[in-house]
Design a protein around this ligand. Sequence first.
Ligand SMILES: *Cc1c(COP(=O)(O)O)cnc(C)c1O
Length: 469
Amino acid sequence: MKYCSTRGGMNPLPFSDILLEGLAPDGGLALPETLPQVSAEQLEAWRKLDYASLATEVLGLFIDDIPREDLNRLTQAAYAPGVFDSPDVVPLKPLYGKTSLLGLSQGPTLAFKDMAMQFLGQVFEYVLTKRGTTLNIVGATSGDTGSAAEYALRGKKGVAVFMLSPHGRMSDFQRAQMYSLQDPNIHNLALKGVFDECQDIVKALAGDLEFKSAYRLGAVNSINWARIAAQIVYYFWGWLRATSGPGQKVSFAVPTGNFGNILSGHLAREMGLPVAKLVLATNENNVLEEFFRTGVYRPRSAAQTHATSSPSMDISRASNFERFVFDLVGRDAGKVAQLWKQLEQQGEFDLSELKPQLESRYGFIAGVSTHQDRLKTIRSVYDETGVLIDPHTADAVKVAAEHADADIPMLVLETALPVKFAETIREATGQIAPVPAHLQDLPSLPQRVQVMACDASLVKDYIRQHAEI
Ligand SMILES: *Cc1c(COP(=O)(O)O)cnc(C)c1O
């Protein structure tokens, strides 16, 4: 299996080579040259597997340059009992009617990013050791990616992590989780800007090829292909848990920011998983909802991006969206390159001629959830079921209800536990979200963070001084 770029300007490369890269040299994103297909018989044969073994099967379809027994060792370590706070790793939690939560937040940072990142930590260490080299991870986070990356890579040999976060825009819990890590290979940089500006600096550094190769920069942000691949696993897992036989359909509802999570759902569907709908929920930052409603993609500026109570979705330019557009335009890399050039020059592009396909061919349907919707949903789910859900999950529960079919299971991806966003939970319900026992001390731990202006040259200076050589 080889990987190409969405913009066509990269020689095909094996998995281990794209693993350590961010953007492709032409500015595009890596994708498999052809998508593996999974038959109904194959799916049935996977029913009895535990999560780690299913991960070996699914990831093995995308990774053919790591021996199967090694890959299995990596998935068993990533999804070991003890790493995830559930014997199933990903529990299915019935909510009401045919609607259930797919529990993706049982990992060390209580959010779904752990699902992919724990595997990434294992596979990075494996490939770096094999190659006898080091890597400096530079990433941007609006909260959950950063902590998941840091928890997956803390103390790992040959890797340093430089994580850019928007100063003052994360919850107290998120800050405490990231900044309390004292491992010398973990560096938190809080920049005085919004997430997209942090992301732009990461892109600028990755685009500075001299700096990038001198300091062996790598990425773990949501464009990393291994993360997308690892996320495909839980769509298969969710389907297997919610069905009893071949061909039965399941819908998924996904709280969406960078389009990483739902892209994995799209790929699972393209691989042959019987998915009815992919329900895309945004918060007030509804660029993607607008696209799926109109066919026009019009990202907004950082200044036009609202700070909301589902902050991990406060994104105006969804970095993974290009991978979906590649499929939408018939895997025509020239067309993608042209669209992104137009985006740069005119700030938008119009694919409204393909709009009818978005639902009929690809199963996508989108909706918006606002702060008031979030509060109302958290409150009503709590009143009806006694279950507390986090604000991101609430956005998806709200939009899922608008598109649920009576006879098709609807799995809402639970992307964080409520304790991460305790203020909103209290506002909605008056309840204090329960803190898992092992995190009781978190708020009082000392924090380690560098606050700096939103300036790529300052970030570079810091990396020069602290990189793994
Ligand atoms: C990252 C994140 C999202 C958005 O996921 P994308 O892959 O960026 O679309 C939603 N909810 C939570 C809690 C997150 O951490």
